[in-house]
Design a binder for this molecule. Structure first.
Ligand SMILES: [Zn+2]
Ligand SMILES: [Zn+2]
Length: 194
């Protein structure tokens, strides 16, 4: 039986069915504040595969949990009653580029696994799902692999314009083509503002 947010499951029902697959959206209210501002979660969802007993070696980050439960075992030792969750969280995040400070959106997925002992009655996936979303944001997000960042002298965004400051080593020279393209872009931006 599913209750509340849709991320609470009855262990008895999963055992009865011999497993369960579920795909659920995550409630936006529940992940407010899990990322440092101005980064934010735009949307997120989880895919859950519950299996009863079975091969514990598929449980990825929490292997220490089942080693404690079943020392020396590679198969479930709880008389086939432990529930294994193999799950994947997906989210679209708004992130701040570490080089240019621009805000951009990107999609990420993060796998996570849990083991629920045979004494567990209800399974709440909200905590581990939020943890997975919080983990997927990169430490140094980049809007593009080739983001040129900001000019260290005048602070202009070098992805949008080329300033007259002394060129940084590694920064590509402005060619005639990009120059006229950027001029056109600036012209269009001006026009759009009106
Ligand atoms: Zn950038
Ligand atoms: Zn500059």
């Amino acid at each position: 039986m599913e209750t509340g947010s849709g991320l609470l499951f009855s262990a008895a029902e999963i055992r009865e069915k011999g497993g369960l697959y579920a795909a659920k959206p995550l409630d936006p209210a529940s992940y407010a504040g899990i990322l440092d501002k101005p980064s934010a979660v735009k949307s997120a969802s989880v895919e859950l595969v519950f299996s009863v007993g079975g091969d514990l070696s598929t449980v990825r980050p929490r292997q220490e949990v089942w080693r404690k439960l079943c020392p020396g075992a590679t198969q479930d030792c709880g008389k086939g009653r432990s529930i294994i969750l193999n799950a994947r969280a997906s989210a679209e995040l708004d992130l701040e580029c570490a080089r240019c400070g621009g805000i951009f959106s990107a999609e990420f997925t993060e796998p996570f696994d849990e083991v629920y002992e045979d004494t567990v009655e209800s399974i709440d996936v909200r905590g581990p799902a939020l943890e997975a979303v919080a983990l997927m944001a990169p430490m140094k997000p980049l809007c593009a692999a080739g983001c040129k960042g900001l000019c260290p002298v005048c602070g202009c965004d070098l992805n949008r314009m080329t300033c007259g400051c002394k060129a940084e080593p590694g920064a590509p020279e402005e060619t005639e083509k990009t120059s006229s393209f950027m001029a056109l872009k600036r012209f269009k931006e001006k026009k759009d503002k009106k």
